[in-house]
Design a protein around this ligand. Sequence first.
Ligand code: 3PG
Ligand code: MG
Length: 407
Amino acid sequence: MPKFLTMDDFNFRDKTALIRVDFNSPIDTQTKKILDDTRIRLHAETIRELSKKGAKIVILAHQGRPGEPDFIPLKEHAEILSNILDMPVKYVDDILGKKAQNAIKKLKAGEVLVLENVRTFPEERKKGTPEEHSKRELVKKLAPLVDVFVNDAFAAAHRAHVSIVGFTALLPSVAGRIMEREVKALKKVLEAPEKPCVFILGGAKADDALEISRYVLDNNIADHVLTGGVAGHVFLAAKGFDLGKPNVQFLEKKELMRFVPGVRGLMEEYPQNVEVPIDVAIEVEKKRREIKVNELPSDYPILDIGTETTEKYGETIRKAKSIVVSGPVGVFENEEFMRGTKGILEAVATSKAFSLVGGGHTVAAVEDLGLADKMSYVSTAGGALIEFLMGKQLPGVIALEKAAART
Ligand code: 3PG
Ligand code: MG
């Protein structure tokens, strides 16, 4: 179980709470409007609880990166939050200057203030330890004005940034509800998974799939790794299959062929545990056609796993007690090629196992299929989740644990 403090460990009444959330959302680059408010909705839960507990709430968050089209102020985020909470939410276009300081000092119990995009602070994205970051201007200016730091930004916990770790060196620091829930769910599958434990790895990032497989197999976490998507193509290539020109060219263009030797080594070490598709769906004149992998190479692009693979994987899924899904097994956005992803996710949804699904595309597929409620846990994190599944220590989580050890 997590070794950090939670919101149950602090009396928030009339205290000023600085909360770091991850409001980072997809933005329409033309209109600069927020396209999806899932993350704001999620954090609203933590913020509502703090407000009900009588805290004076100061929100720090980032959106995009300087120089990128989605790097915009948090004004609209504050408006959306206000609508979700159904209460006024203040906003200042400042993070540590007089304007921000005065707004913080004026807060009354239960009120909510959103500060400007924290990445307007020039040093925010420097990497550092809590001690190093505690000496930066942002922390020096804000820490004296607040009583407690709440980190709810699990999705940004893989960043050793100032606003993620800097305050934990100086202030009592606790995990917000989203942080708490994410870490608990992830620790459940990584520390003591009920067996058999199945990892389904798809998506485009074959390098991530390799690193996650390595970690969960070497540490006896996963009993089965089922591969699909572009990651699955690399696994098939590593098994010696010639996928055919368009597919090999695609892997070369994405610089994924260089992971073939690593994947081959993994499969030689764990021949019983790693599974690759036995059939695939190719696109022939915009239509789906299925072929067995021993019919490869193909002159057509492979866009999904085939029916037999879906059934075979389904059997393994039905016997599982713990399941992690990271990445769709096909191009589910295309109706002809959503069948594999649908079959796999339905098998996961109907199983009695503890099921954890995560990553932007996977969550989108789960939501499109209306299966979100049937999963044990849906993570909204991207990079942070991937790093956690690789066994990496997340700086944001470690910083909270260190702060707890001090108390
Ligand atoms: C995310 O969306 O993955 C997090 O908010 C982190 O954002 P970043 O990749 O820009 O640091
Ligand atoms: Mg990112």
